[in-house]
Write a new protein. Sequence first.
Length: 132
Amino acid sequence: PVRTRRRCKNGGGEFMTLLLEGLNRIRDLVSADIDKGQLGTGTSISTEDDTSLQTADAVTNLTVTKTTASKQINFGYTLPSTGGTNTTYTEFELRKDATPVNYDRIGFTGISFTPNGTEEITITKRYFIRRV
C-alpha cells in the first residue's frame, strides 16, 4: 500500500493509504483521456521523456476501445487491412488526440504490414493502477 508518514507534535506518525476508490478514480481519469492509438516507424528506444512517436503514420491515428475493471484499464487498437501506408511498423502510442497528450510509447522489432492487404494489426494493452 501507498503510505505517507506525517509527523505529529508528539513525534509519532500517522499513515495514510490510498483507498481503492481513489485508485479507481485515477483509472477513470486516465481512461477518459486516452482516445486514440497510433503506429509509427521510428527506431529509437522509448523513454519516459518521449512526447510522441519518433515517426508517426498519420493515417493510423485511430480510436481505441476501452474497458475497465477494478484498478485496471484495457485498451484495444486495430489497424484494418485497408489502412496504413507503411510496410513495417516499429512503434505504437496511446494518446489523447485533441491536445495531443501521449501517455505511452513502445518500440518493437517490427510488424510487417501490407497496405490494402488481407491482414490487420491488433494491439491490446492493459494498465494496472496500483499503490507503490
